[in-house]
Design a protein around this ligand. Structure first.
Ligand code: PLP
Length: 375
């Protein structure tokens, strides 16, 4: 099975981990600071605060800007649930903005969703394709709103030659096993704001400030959201290879683009000319007119060795959200969920693998198109 995404662990990653395991510090040592420096160097952001997941990083980011009861946050429904869960748990309400067929939020629809309660805009760079941050910041500045990017897919993506990570108030990355690089589990908040960075470090570790000698003081509510030295070591060796990983994924994506360029039965994600993508996902959008259950296509692709996946069920369609916020229905997000399939695109694939994936995908789609399934 060629999975839609996977980790790539090599000898230097393993050596680094073994070295940490043999050292005195399994946690709270020098590796965390070193990984954070590497993240800053790579993205150009001033501060990086690592966490044990992107989920805890999101929680911390929302918390340090005082998000709470009665606040409204404009966000995309086409994301992993954590994007919304972590502000909903703080008492805020998601205001869903529809997406385009590239999976990204419709930037120009954000403004009409703003109310006096709106505090923040939270976009997601779907699959690694950057959203139009210039437009989002223009709206945010005009209405005095914060922008937090859930860039869990987008470490290594760029706009106008500048890496995602320092555009907004805060930017979150995920280092879950199948994300652009991995620390097994892990995440980070990037920011240029020293005050926010300081609060993020406090919330990550019990809200405790070290004073002199044994004296410490808990100055705010905090948690244990720390990443271990073992995980940070992986981060250090992985980030050195990020550009090579992206180069490989880009080659595969370009190959697919070429193979699929005159397709009528589905579309693929196109990048804006001034941007690059981490290529975390290669999403395919079947023609929404397709009268054939996606389940059949999905099953057959899996039977033929393609570890395909669907990203994502609109967050508002989950039972928890329906119960709490009532029925929501956005037409493109609904269509997107009905039509999206992510096909394999990762750094361990060869071009031969990509050829097999493209051949198989075209074969299966063609078969269903000729089976009386009308498009
Ligand atoms: C993976 C992911 C998360 C959660 O990341 P974890 O590190 O697993 O907590 C959040 N948002 C998006 C968009 C993701 O893809």
């Amino acid at each position: 099975m060629i999975s839609y995404s996977t980790q790539c662990i090599e000898a230097d990653d393993i050596e680094g981990v073994v070295e940490v395991l043999n050292s005195n510090f399994l946690t709270q040592g020098a590796k965390v600071a070193e990984f954070e420096e590497e993240l800053c160097r790579y993205t150009g952001a001033k501060y990086a605060v690592t966490f044990n997941s992107a989920t805890s990083a999101l929680f911390a980011a929302y918390s340090v800007c005082g998000i709470g009861e009665g606040d409204e946050i404009i966000t995309t429904p086409i994301s992993f649930v954590a994007t919304s869960n972590m502000f909903v748990t703080l008492g805020a309400k998601p205001i869903w903005c529809d997406v385009k067929l590239d999976g990204n939020i419709v930037e120009r629809q954000i403004e009409k969703l703003i109310t006096p309660k709106t505090k923040m805009i939270v976009p997601v760079h779907f699959g690694g394709k950057p959203v139009n941050l210039a437009k989002i910041h223009e709206i945010a500045n005009k209405h005095n709103l914060l922008v937090i990017e859930d860039a869990s897919h987008a470490l290594g993506s760029s706009i106008d030659g500048k890496k995602i990570g320092s555009f907004s108030d805060m930017t979150i990355f995920s280092f879950h096993a199948i994300k652009p690089i991995t620390t097994t589990e892990g995440g980070a908040v990037m920011t240029n704001n020293e005050e926010l960075a300081k609060k993020l470090r406090l919330i990550r570790s019990h809200g405790i400030e070290k004073k002199q000698l044994w004296n410490s003081d808990m100055v705010m509510m905090g948690y244990n959201f720390r990443i271990s030295e073992v995980a940070a070591s992986l981060g250090i060796t992985q980030i050195k290879k990020l550009d090579r990983f992206i180069e490989t994924r880009e080659k595969i994506a370009k190959y697919y683009d070429e193979r699929f360029k005159s397709e009528k039965l589905f579309i693929t994600q196109k990048l804006d000319a001034n941007t690059t993508s981490s290529r975390h996902l290669y999403p395919i959008i079947l023609n929404p007119e397709l009268q054939c259950p996606k389940e059949d296509i999905f099953k057959e692709l899996q039977e033929r060795g393609l570890g395909v996946q669907v990203h994502y069920k609109p967050i508002y369609q989950n039972s928890f959200y329906k119960e709490k916020f009532g029925d929501v229905s956005l037409s493109v997000a609904n269509d997107f969920y009905r039509s999206e399939i992510s096909i394999p695109c990762h750094q361990k694939m060869s071009l031969d693998d990509a050829k097999y994936v493209a051949d198989t995908f075209l074969d299966v789609i063609d078969k269903y198109a000729h089976r009386g399934c009308s498009f």
